[in-house]
Design a protein around this ligand. Structure first.
Ligand SMILES: [Mg+2]
Length: 193
């Protein structure tokens, strides 16, 4: 039995705070990871969204290219890939396609597909891919997906520590994610027998 595993990119396979250094330099701020308590960075910086968008337009590609990878992410994703289908599903804009493929390649990820949606709404793509498990770091996405019946693994970050929701399991690292996937699969097999 192969599961369709959808994986977001930023904050799940990348380190969630890798963009901070560039943003701090640009905005002359001194934000630390534990101060990033909500997903919308412009809110924390106290600036209009437009200003952050200008920064992202200028440096987004560089930031994605230099993103740090989370510990064990590629080893575990590639291990899961042996018996399941791996689909990267990101809100990144399609103009980030090349840098996204290059980064995944640089860090040795093996996968079946990459989807750059240019939007945070991932339900349609999850349906199309017949997603069994969605790995996310953005709380709002997790809630939206869970409400539609998808099982979500929410990777713990300072900006997603809100109330627990049914169908959403909080995970802390890739070993944790691996355990959850194996348990889910075992559970399905037991029920089917
Ligand atoms: Mg993300």
């Amino acid at each position: 039995m192969k599961l369709n595993i959808c994986i977001d990119i930023d904050g799940t396979v990348t380190d969630p705070y890798y963009w901070l250094e560039e943003a701090n330099g640009y905005f002359r701020s001194d934000l630390k990871p534990d101060e990033v308590v909500c997903y919308d960075i412009h809110t924390i910086l106290g600036i209009p969204r437009k200003e952050y968008d200008i920064f992202y337009d200028k440096y987004g590609e560089k930031i994605h290219r230099e993103a740090l990878v989370r510990e064990e992410a590629s080893t575990i994703v590639n291990h899961i890939h042996k018996n399941n289908k791996i689909h990267f599903v990101t809100a990144r804009d399609p103009r980030m396609t090349t840098v996204t493929y290059e980064w995944l390649d640089k860090h040795d990820f093996i996968y079946h597909g990459v989807h750059l949606l240019g939007s945070h709404h991932k339900i349609e793509k999850a349906r199309e891919l017949e997603c069994d498990i969605f790995i996310e770091d953005r709380y709002e996405n997790a809630v939206e997906l869970a409400k539609e019946g998808f099982k979500v693994l929410l990777v713990d970050c300072t900006y997603n520590r809100y109330e627990n929701v049914e169908n959403v399991t909080r995970v802390y690292d890739w070993e944790d994610i691996y355990k959850e996937i194996i348990e889910y699969k075992l559970d399905l097999l037991t029920r089917a027998s």
